[in-house]
Design a protein around this ligand. Sequence first.
Ligand SMILES: NC(=O)c1cnc(OC2CCCC2)nc1N
Length: 326
Amino acid sequence: MNKQEAQQRIAELTDLLNQYNYEYHVLDNPSVPDAEYDQKMQEIRKLEEQFPALVTSESPTQRVGGEPLDAFQKVQHNVPMLSLGNAFGAEDLRDFARRARQGTDAPISYVCELKIDGLAVSLLYENGRFVRGATRGDGTTGEDITSNLRTIRSMPLTIKDTETIEVRGEAFMPHQSFLKLNEQRENNDAEPFANPRNAAAGSLRQLDPKIAAGRNLDIFLYGVGEWESQTLSSHSERLTYLKELGFKTNPEWKKCETIEEVIEYVEYWENERPNLNYEIDGIVVKVDNLDQQDELGFTAKSPRWAIAYKFPAEEVITILREIELS
Ligand SMILES: NC(=O)c1cnc(OC2CCCC2)nc1N
């Protein structure tokens, strides 16, 4: 095979492997057996060995980078990554809705999302390629963890939108990965992680991407920072668009027309929470309309158009359940 044919075949294999990866890690619904995926990965690795000049950073073979970093570079968030105010009960949510109603005339719809208990991260795409990943840090300055975020199989290395778009979400460690990792650590006399959030944070702070790659991290995307053409008018449309672009969005989000509906959603998930295979520490409630979000603006450090309803810490529930059962 000559270089021209190799380039053609590498492009075909890249599209195929990206599709297989998407089906497996985002849709959780593979269309081919693992052996087929492995065979195609083997074929593209061989072609890239024969023709090193044809390797691109978007190739599926480049997801796990090379050398460990010496340190993480700093990243400035042009659009700050804000923290959320908290609500601890239904009345707090009603107060939140009352305050929101004072800030805008039109009727308000809300979007409720599970509050994933992981690490807030920012993914920057330019010309349809993943170019930079960063931690939230203090909201304006984070750390460049691009090489570690690339190893998360459910995040796409390329998207069909060629505009500059900064997507935000939560990187996390699913329960199964957490249990397996702690088992390994105890077998190696290493300190187990206290909870999946610490395990995810510890994994993304590794300077060697090969270590992060072995931690089976995952990610749910839930927002947009910088975006060349902000053409959508609501948060719910953004979630739908992110999914269309191939990002993994949490399937449990719900648009609610009243704060009473929000309270029902919160109560449902307070019970349903133990059946999830990842940690959540509450529910995030957002005003859906983006113009209303702009009207409501921010306090010193949090949006007035969003609030985090916090569940009591898991351990407390376990103890309470034991008391109930005893
Ligand atoms: N942990 C989560 O799942 C989560 C966190 N934050 C947000 O949105 C915030 C971001 C800035 C204003 C609203 N949504 C989420 N789903």
